[in-house]
Design a protein around this ligand. Sequence first.
Ligand code: BES
Ligand code: MN
Length: 452
Amino acid sequence: MIPPPQHQQDLLTFLRKASVSTDASYRAGVLQCAEWVRGRLQTAGLQAELHSTPGYPVVLGRSRHRPGLRTVLIYGHYDVQPVDPLNLWKHPPFEPWIENGIVTARGASDNKGQILAHILGVEDQLAHNDLPVNVIFLIEGEEEIGSPNLFAFLEQHKAELGCDVIVISDTTMTARRTGTLTYGLRGLVPLELSVTGPARDLHSGVFGGAVVNPVTVLAGLVHALHFRDGAVAIPEFYSSVQSLKKWEREEWSKSPLTDARLLEITGAPRLGGEAGFSALERMWARPTAEVNGLYGGYQGEGTKTVLPREAHAKLTFRLVPDQDPEVILDLAEAYFKSLAPPTVRITTRRGHGGRPYLTDPHSGFGLAAQKALMTTFGGPPALIREGGSIPIVEAFKRVLGVDTLLLGLALPDCNAHSPNETFPLENLAFGLELNKALLAEIAMVPQAGIGA
Ligand code: BES
Ligand code: MN
């Protein structure tokens, strides 16, 4: 399965846009990327426009509305993660490079290759006059920073975004050529924790011993996040966590993502985490407290005898049903404040995230997705939850009242968010076929009230 040269060219052009949303120095690249996506939707035969937001624009595309057909909203994101550490890339991250049928570049899987497969599928159906549903594309530029403006956008444009079901390819397959339906995502909520002490950096020889070091205090707070058995130590952290269903444990125990495979993919010397759960259960159905960054003091070459005035940790919590982001932040802040000594000051800053999402893979639309995966990959699909987050998915349910089908095309070893991110070209071709089959299956799901 090799995509035709024109589709490969589209992917390369898309990947050359440096659309890092978190870093303001990439602003021009992000905006160019939005415009390219708009143009590409138009070329595919859709009516497409950019909608400005206080941040980066949302790209909307629609097929000509035909009454009586189901409407499918396809969501994706054109922004990408930062590229650092840059020195670990084999080639520059925005100069995509193809070798052995695999393209390497920042955003290759997350989410450019995956959303392009949707666009190409719809383009193909439009060209053959057999698009079986109405389609709305909603492609945003702020997913990787927690979609700070999309929630308001969704509320404002609720009426125009009305649809029967949402479809997203921004998740993973458990292995190559293994169709996968993801029916749950963890939520996410960020918290920056800062410890400050003296008014300025001090000579550590002159004042060390009399003034407490903020880096030391911060290290202690970070250490206190977990018990020795790997469980999160914040009081009440687990109080609203739903337990896994028996069928889920059974289904997941057959996954090709064994502990050995996870070791191979991650390169970690051993797996770890909360005692009493399998690795997949810990990744997909248990909450975590993660340190994404920790800094303070001198980072340069050699020694500098300084007693730093401040130290910072960037934390994120991954949440599962029915944990509430605000409640978790309240608990975490109260915990840190209870532990901090009076010799320093503690401040926190809350970030944007999203709630966890869980749906039924055996619903009418879920079964339609399973059939499309079966047709495309020639075997029964894996039914999984995943540990990653797509913040807007839970809001699609809350605001629009519709479920989301997550049919990812990324592979577990695609290096998303890491150096040398990859996407297999065959998945662009499989994705095109999958998305055509999916829209055809969705069109055949009986409408509520008629039959069924
Ligand atoms: N595509 C990912 C989410 C994902 C990855 C879901 C793998 C399931 C499996 C998405 O682009 C992403 O990285 N989301 C961020 C969200 C955050 C920055 C608010 C995440 O999960 O860290
Ligand atoms: Mn991502």
